[in-house]
Design a protein around this ligand. Structure first.
Ligand code: 5GP
Ligand code: MN
Length: 339
């Protein structure tokens, strides 16, 4: 983000505003951490701020400072619409195309009169915002919110609540500081957040050590279902709706499963297919190592996108047809996958 834009945003924020902050649908740690981190920061200026999530998110995020203030568009439409309609400023965080907020909410965001500010690290941003802070090299949107506060020369305002929220998103999007987008600057930011009051060990505990017995059993089933295509260095997992039901699936339970497939020796491309009867789709999570772009793969074949090494998508066909399609496409990428 360049200096004139920062000055303009500073001047916009110099008087109290009605501000709505929105993460993407099915928000993850980075989406909720960045929106709530920015929420607490803007609150220090006495703006009238609210985070409106398109829908619900996993329980392991429900301890975040400010969680109790979050509105969910899906279940609180009327109030959400009113707030979006009277917003002066609309921040969209951790996504870069309005449809990622989900059908009905996307329409409301599209037509509202608020000045839009995007902060995001996914590839190929749409051009809907007045101010676009997009950087695909960033570890997480939370690291970008830190940079945003730094650009506004306001790091003194970072308190324990802001630090905790931002720590969560950097930690979850970097796989606890190990994915390639983790830089020395990321670690410096994390160090500063700890100095500001983020309790790193406790945060890790809150996110990762709250497994239910049934989630671990579901992980066991997912691992039993793991298939490997060694000649294409690919591994994939399937979970049917019946299997999800058997282990009492709750939102967020399959988070991270696909990484086990990617951890197999020699594997550079991993996928997880999970059936959703409610949405009438097969949800797809894709991960890779190195140059193979799952963003491109998902955009080309599965209506999705994301980053080079982590992307999501969906299939409108049943599980069998989806897997058949996936397997039939793979040989087109033989060059990239077999070296
Ligand atoms: P996950 O597999 O965890 O659902 O998603 C992996 C990454 O891809 C996340 O950064 C997520 O925000 C992004 N992503 C997931 N689904 C989509 C999608 O349909 N479109 C785009 N552009 N990004 C997605
Ligand atoms: Mn993110």
């Amino acid at each position: 983000m360049i200096e004139p834009q920062i000055s303009e945003i500073k001047s916009l924020l110099s008087t109290p505003k009605n501000i709505v902050i929105v993460p993407h649908k099915n928000p993850d740690g980075d989406a909720m951490g960045s929106t709530l981190g920015l929420y607490h920061y803007l609150k220090t200026y006495n703006h009238n701020v609210v985070v409106i999530a398109p829908n619900d998110y996993p329980d392991f995020l429900k301890w975040l400072p400010g969680d109790d203030t979050v509105l969910k568009f899906e279940s609180e439409q009327k109030e959400s619409k009113t707030l979006i309609d009277k917003a002066d400023l609309l921040f969209t965080l951790d996504f870069n195309a309005l449809h990622r907020a989900g059908g009905q909410m996307a329409d409301v965001l599209e037509t509202c009169n608020a000045t839009k500010i995007m902060i995001d690290h996914h590839q190929q941003p749409d051009d809907y915002a007045t101010y676009t802070y997009s950087d695909v090299s960033m570890s997480s949107t939370c690291e970008m919110v830190y940079n945003f506060i730094e650009m506004l020369e306001d790091t003194d305002r970072i308190d324990a609540a802001i630090a905790t929220c931002l720590y969560v998103g950097v930690m979850t999007d970097t796989g606890s500081f190990r994915f390639p987008a983790t830089t020395s600057k990321t670690h410096q930011v994390i160090g500063n957040l700890i100095d500001k009051g983020a309790d790193n060990s406790q945060i890790h505990n809150n996110i990762y050590d709250t497994n239910s017995y049934s989630r671990l059993q579901l992980l066991g089933r997912a691992m039993q279902n793991l298939k490997v295509i060694p000649e294409l260095r690919t591994a994939y997992i399937t979970l049917s709706q019946a299997e999800l039901d058997e282990f009492n699936f709750k939102k967020g339970d399959t988070e991270g499963f696909v990484n086990y497939a990617l951890s197999l020796k020699g594997i550079i491309f991993a996928a997880m297919f999970s059936e959703s009867h409610k949405d009438h789709i097969i949800k797809i999570s894709l991960r890779s190592k190195g140059d193979f772009s799952v963003n491109e793969f998902s955009r080309s074949h599965f209506h999705g996108g994301g980053h080079t090494n982590a992307a999501g998508g969906r299939s409108d066909e049943d599980m069998k047809s989806t897997i058949d399609k996936f397997i039939s496409i793979l040989p087109n990428y033989k060059q990239d996958l077999s070296q």
